[in-house]
Each structure stands twice: as structure tokens, then as C-alpha cells.
Design a protein around this ligand. Structure first.
Ligand SMILES: [Zn+2]
Length: 313
């Protein structure tokens, strides 16, 4: 089979990419994300047409942030787009005339990393994506495991703190409240508010107040040695690594892949995650350890993974 298109539906833009059998992106086309479900179908059609022009395209894979049903056809529910039982596969097939596979975006990214990124050579891989929230994907025995109803691997909403922080999902103490980009900002603001003398670089990058601190400031300040910024990454890593140890108890993979914007910081965050993981792993001294690897494909993972899943049909 030849070329397929992977579509990444983000909050501000929809990106379609023509992807070959080796996972290489040959061409991309990007359009703004409309506010309505019908507008989004039009935009996907436009992005697919723009990217696919002049190429012989065989199928389309769409990565969508939401719960996708077991037939990989309908978005059951999405937190950020007004999708409620949205038959996205049928609508996009009608508009493009191509076979369509819809997949949860974190699953698509996990598949991309497994096939063409950090997971190559592994049969059992668990991916976590540390973005605004925390997403995940499960590959066991070289298969993407979606669960009976298609909604497995929602790791971000595992409860890690009973009666903990309120989560956007309505529950309390979810993992993503402690290990995500949003959590990182909270740690930095709290620490900078409590000990501003240790956050001079960090505070200097924003408007000077702890509430003005944003994610990009924390990354820049940590690279310049700001103690609060570094400590905020460590706190995030502590929670992330502890959660991976729990996932090792569940899945026993040979590799964890850590992706998402937070992981762009590389060893600054990966090294403390590994330490926390080893510390929390049961029987740590006596058992084999899964590798904890940085994702390699960056924000291309979802597009490449969705395209490959479409190729596999
Ligand atoms: Zn939650």
C-alpha cells in the first residue's frame, strides 16, 4: 500500500500530512480549526484535499481528542469540541471519497512512536503524553489496545490522590492534575509566590508576578538554572515517575515513552522521571526495569500514527 493521510485536529489548527510506508511526511496542509462540528468536517476535507493534491492517496486516518468508539468511526464525546456521538468517519468519507479511520489522538501518537519513533524494536510499549493534560496509549504484543469500548488508556484520569485537586473531568485527584503542563505551571506559581528570592530568573521572564508565569517561562528559566523552575520540573517528574511505576504493575512493558510538550525539555525532566520511577517500582532491585525513553517524533507522532493506522485499515 502506498500513501495515506494523517489528520491532526488541534485546538487552533487542523493539519493533514501525506505519509509514506516508512513514516515520512511528504507534504502537509494546515487550516484553522472552526468552532462547529460541521465546520470541522469542511476543514478536514479542505486539509486532506490540500495535502493530497497530486498524490495517489489510499486512506485517511484522523487523530481526535476525545472518546472514539470501538469501530473507530464515531467520536462519542470530546472535552474541547462540541462532539457528542459525532459520526466523523461517515461524514469525512462522504466528503473525501476515501476510506477513513478515526482514532483517539493519544493512541495515534503512541502508535506513531511505536512504529517509527522511540518504540521501534519493542513489542510492549506504554506511552504517556505530558501536554496540557496527560494522555496515553497502550501497545501490547505489537497491537494497539483500545479496550472493548475503544476508550482505554485514559491514564490522566486515574485517581492518584483521594479527595485531591478537582479535575476538569469532574473527579478529584486525577493524575493529570499532578503530572502535566498545567500542573507544572501551578507548581511554579506556588513556589515563586512562596519564595520569590529563588525565582528571580523565572519572575523576570514574565510580568514579575507569580500569576504571570507561563509554561514557556519555566522551561527557559530552568535552562538558566532558576531554582524554582528546576524544582517545579522535579515535582512534575516525581508524580510522572510514580505513575509509571504503577503502570509497570499493570502492564509490565519493556519501554515507556514520554512525549508531549513537557518532554521537549529532554533530560531536565526525563532524568528525574527515571529516578522517581525506579524509586517507586515494587521490587526495584530484583526485577528487570522498563526503559523510560523520550518521544522522538515530537508533534508529528499523531499525524504519522493516524496515517499508519489508516494504512493498516
Ligand atoms: Zn480527571
Amino acid at each position: 500500500m502506498g500513501l495515506t493521510i494523517g489528520v491532526d485536529i488541534g485546538g487552533t489548527k487542523i493539519a493533514a500530512g501525506v505519509v509514506d510506508e516508512e513514516g515520512a511526511i511528504l507534504e502537509t496542509h494546515t487550516v484553522p480549526t472552526p468552532a462547529t462540528p460541521s465546520g470541522i468536517v469542511d476543514a478536514i476535507r479542505a486539509a486532506v484535499a490540500g495535502a493530497g493534491e497530486g498524490h495517489d492517496i489510499e486512506a485517511v486516518g484522523i487523530g481526535a481528542a476525545g472518546y472514539v468508539d470501538d469501530k473507530r468511526a464515531t467520536v462519542i464525546f470530546a472535552p474541547n469540541i462540541d462532539w457528542r456521538h459525532e459520526p466523523l468517519k461517515d461524514k469525512v468519507e462522504q466528503r473525501t471519497g476515501l476510506p477513513v479511520v478515526v482514532e483517539n489522538d493519544a493512541n495515534a501518537a503512541a502508535w506513531g512512536e511505536y512504529r517509527f519513533g522511540a518504540g521501534q524494536g519493542h513489542e510492549d510499549v506504554i506511552c504517556i503524553t505530558l501536554g496540557t493534560g496527560l494522555g496515553g496509549g497502550i501497545i501490547i504484543g505489537n497491537k494497539l489496545r483500545r479496550g472493548r469500548f475503544g476508550v482505554a488508556a485514559e491514564f490522566g484520569h486515574i485517581r492518584v490522590v483521594p479527595d485531591g485537586l478537582l479535575c476538569g473531568c469532574g473527579s478529584q485527584g486525577c493524575w493529570e492534575q499532578y503530572a502535566s503542563g498545567r500542573a507544572l505551571v501551578r507548581y511554579a506559581r506556588q513556589r515563586a509566590g512562596a519564595t520569590p528570592e529563588n525565582a528571580r530568573i523565572l519572575l523576570g521572564l514574565g510580568d514579575g508576578t507569580s500569576d504571570g508565569i507561563e509554561g514557556k517561562h519555566i522551561s527557559a528559566a530552568a535552562r538558566q538554572g532558576d531554582p524554582v523552575a528546576i524544582d517545579s520540573f522535579r515535582e512534575l517528574a516525581r508524580w510522572a515517575g510514580a505513575g509509571l511505576a504503577d503502570l509497570a504493575s499493570l502492564f509490565d512493558p519493556s519501554a515507556f515513552i514520554v512525549g508531549g510538550g513537557v518532554s521537549d525539555e529532554g533530560e531536565l525532566v526525563l532524568d528525574p522521571i527515571r529516578k522517581s520511577f525506579r524509586r517507586r517500582l515494587i521490587g526495584s532491585q530484583w526485577r528487570p526495569h522498563a526503559q523510560v525513553l523520550a518521544a522522538r517524533l515530537g508533534n508529528r507522532a499523531g499525524m504519522v500514527g493516524a496515517a499508519d493506522l489508516a494504512r493498516q485499515g
